[in-house]
Design a protein around this ligand. Structure first.
Ligand SMILES: [Zn+2]
Length: 370
């Protein structure tokens, strides 16, 4: 397999990029999965090492993309490369996603999709040569249970043992970024007009419904980790075809590999489309992903990384909290468009004026299963 790095790069056009992402997803989302210790895990590990080389990475450490570690007698491997920036004395950026699967099944959305996006973002950075800083592509092992939040978790081992002393300038972590956001019919049933209509269609009551204008939602947590990120996210509007909703990490907790960066006070962003009905199921298959949406996320991630690249982000302490309410509220307005006031009214919220209003809105979304 060869990758093209000419002006006809497939990474530039959304439709071509979507096909390109799909090719990586199909290679990673093996039928029997890639649980730690399985043959599929070893096959995908090898594939990802080869892809880092193809997209123009250098090894991050020790002349190898493979960073093995042993924990409690089990063997794991993080896969880490670097796209060189123009000024290699600056602290690097990092884009990361886990590659292990929770069950012996494709687990396409969890997390082949994010790995494919990280590779494409890296390749775009290599092709454009625009970044001042190095960009670390960190493909973590062992994010899934029983390793989640344990000492064996790949991102924990990377941060504690493998990361160079200079650290990272900022990190962008992704998990569950391949699917359309859906709402359970049960929840939509409470919306006037829609509820009575749904009730008339047999068998629909327990299904997830795709709401076209919200299916392209992407949630971002972590803007609260640094005021510089509030500016970066506020200044970079998402591409057409993607709706971005910044929200607090504390609403959902450390769902993925960004946790270790957050706890250590590293400015970070976490991208996710939330949970869906195929989460951790054998039905999380490549045919169910939205590759166009993934292409938009790829472009958007590249834009935000470029924004972080040139922004000084002096470190405060890990407990600092930056008020992100104005950003969250204005993005919510953009996302909901003409439906904004109707939706808020339906939830019994007059307007988003205080934190408690946003907390109420976030809790409503979470109770819808997101
Ligand atoms: Zn998972």
């Amino acid at each position: 397999m060869t990758t093209t790095t000419t002006p006809t790069s497939p990474l530039l056009k959304t439709s071509q990029l979507a096909k390109y992402l799909k090719r990586d997803v199909l290679s990673i989302a093996l039928e029997d999965g890639r649980r730690v210790g399985t043959e599929g895990h070893a096959i995908v590990e090898e594939y990802l090492g080869a892809r880092l080389e193809q997209i123009g990475c250098e090894p991050y450490l020790d002349d190898s993309f493979f960073q093995p570690y042993v924990q409690d007698g089990e063997y794991f491997t993080n896969i880490v490369g670097v796209i060189p920036g123009k000024n290699r004395s600056l602290k690097p950026l990092l884009i990361g996603a886990h590659y292990d699967s929770v069950i012996e099944a494709p687990c396409a959305d969890d997390n082949a999709a994010a790995v494919a996006i990280a590779l494409a973002v890296g390749e775009m950075a290599a092709e454009s040569g625009n970044l001042e800083r190095d960009l670390i592509i960190a493909i973590f092992d062992a994010e899934e249970p029983p390793y989640f939040q344990s000492d064996a978790m790949g991102s924990n081992r990377f941060y504690e043992d493998q990361m160079k002393p200079e650290g990272v300038h900022a990190a962008l972590i992704m998990d569950l970024v391949g699917h359309d956001v859906c709402f359970p019919a049960e929840y939509l049933g409470q919306v006037p007009g829609i509820g009575s209509m749904l009730g008339k269609i047999p068998g629909l009551a327990d299904k997830d419904i795709n709401v076209p204008f919200l299916s392209n939602l992407l949630f971002i947590t972590g803007t609260e980790s640094h005021e510089g990120l509030v500016d970066v996210v506020g200044e970079h509007h998402s591409p057409k075809g993607l709706k971005v909703l910044p929200t607090l990490n504390s609403y959902v907790g450390d769902m993925s590999d960004h946790g270790v960066f957050r706890k250590n006070g590293v400015p970070y962003l976490f991208f996710s489309c939330g949970h869906w009905q195929h989460y951790h199921q054998v039905t999380d298959t490549p045919d169910r992903l939205n590759y166009k949406k993934m292409a938009h996320i790829t472009h958007y991630a590249s834009e935000l990384l470029a924004g972080m690249d040139t922004r000084e982000m002096p470190r405060g302490d890990a407990e600092q909290f930056n008020e992100t309410l104005p950003l969250e509220a204005s993005q919510l307005k953009r996302v909901l468009g003409p439906a904004h006031n109707i939706v808020l009214k339906q939830m019994g919220i007059g307007a988003i004026e205080e934190r408690k209003d946003m907390t109420r809105f976030a809790n409503a979304l979470l109770s819808a299963g997101l």
